[in-house]
Design a protein around this ligand. Structure first.
Ligand code: C2E
Ligand code: MG
Ligand code: MG
Length: 257
């Protein structure tokens, strides 16, 4: 089924806004793939991405995701919206493959997407499989002007020595730490430590899976830069993002008048 999904247009992207914790401004969106299976209905990416990895189908799927997200970025701009940073997840196989930088460059050229507004998310566990090779690939991507984020940070085993060598821009604190933040003192301590670590390395830090106003208050008080979560918005279709950006634009214009 997955083999046919691409041909039959069963895949689509939703986008989840990322907000500035202090100002609530939308500073970016994360592209998340969805599969609408003709019989099974919606299949979650946590189910089909691992399968796509195993079968190698992640290569064409990942390519489609990258191109679609880049084209969407350009489409929003053309519709008169302010530039919005688009983050795209790279799978292990995509990132560890030989030609990821070349593929990204080709798609940037094809879509006309400005690399400065593109972030690629790579999970911590993928980076740690071969930190030296990862650093090299990341340097190639960073030299093109693309920003890099470490996804699910805290769940892998990052060596701080490697972290220092990666040309990264952001750390994303894994949802598992955020969800128990206000009940579990250890999780609160971990989140706090990651924020401090990120800031001391001059990195931007984003909390994932923020669901409650208590979690948001904690992140605000501890200086977390950005957040993403159901508390503000679930992932939505492109029109939903456009509506959010337009109402933000209207509010700014009204405030200026
Ligand atoms: P991720 O990159 O860490 O994405 C964040 C996941 O957290 C998304 O799940 C998002 O819908 C979910 N989420 C966001 N806010 C909340 C919240 O407040 N509460 C809860 N409980 N969940 C929240 P999703 O879309 O199911 O994606 C799961 C994972 O699948 C992603 O984790 C990513 O690793 C992978 N994935 C999704 N799309 C792609 C893709 O295009 N390419 C690749 N390689 N992987 C993808
Ligand atoms: Mg992600
Ligand atoms: Mg994550």
């Amino acid at each position: 089924g997955l083999r046919k999904a691409l041909q039959n247009d069963e895949l689509y992207l939703v986008y989840q806004p990322q907000r500035d914790v202090r100002t609530s401004e939308i500073v970016g969106v994360e592209a998340l793939v969805r599969w609408r299976h003709p019989e099974r209905g919606l299949v979650p990416p946590t189910e089909f991405i691992p399968l796509a990895e195993e079968t190698g189908l992640i290569v064409p799927i990942g390519e489609w995701v990258l191109e679609t997200a880049m084209a969407q970025q350009v489409a929003w701009l053309r519709r008169g919206l302010p530039p919005v940073r688009v983050s795209v997840n790279l799978s292990a196989r995509q990132f560890l493959g030989q030609d990821v930088a070349q593929r990204v460059a080709a798609l940037l050229a094809k879509t006309g997407c400005d690399p400065r507004w593109l972030t690629l998310e790579i999970t911590e566990s993928v980076l740690m499989q071969n930190p030296a090779a990862a650093a090299e690939t990341m340097a190639r991507l960073a030299n093109m002007g693309v920003q890099l984020a470490i996804d699910d940070f805290g769940t892998g085993y990052s060596s701080l020595a490697s972290l220092k060598r990666f040309p990264i821009h952001s750390l994303k604190i894994d949802r598992s730490f955020v969800s128990d933040l206000t009940q579990d003192a250890d999780d609160a301590a971990i989140v706090n430590a990651v924020i401090a670590l990120a800031h001391s390395m001059k990195l931007n830090v984003i909390a994932e899976g923020v669901e409650t106003s208590e979690q948001l208050a904690f992140l605000h008080d501890h200086g977390c830069d950005q957040m993403q979560g159901y508390c503000f918005s679930r992932p939505v279709e492109p029109q939903g993002i456009e509506a959010m950006l337009r109402s933000a634009q209207a509010a700014t214009t009204a405030a200026a008048a």
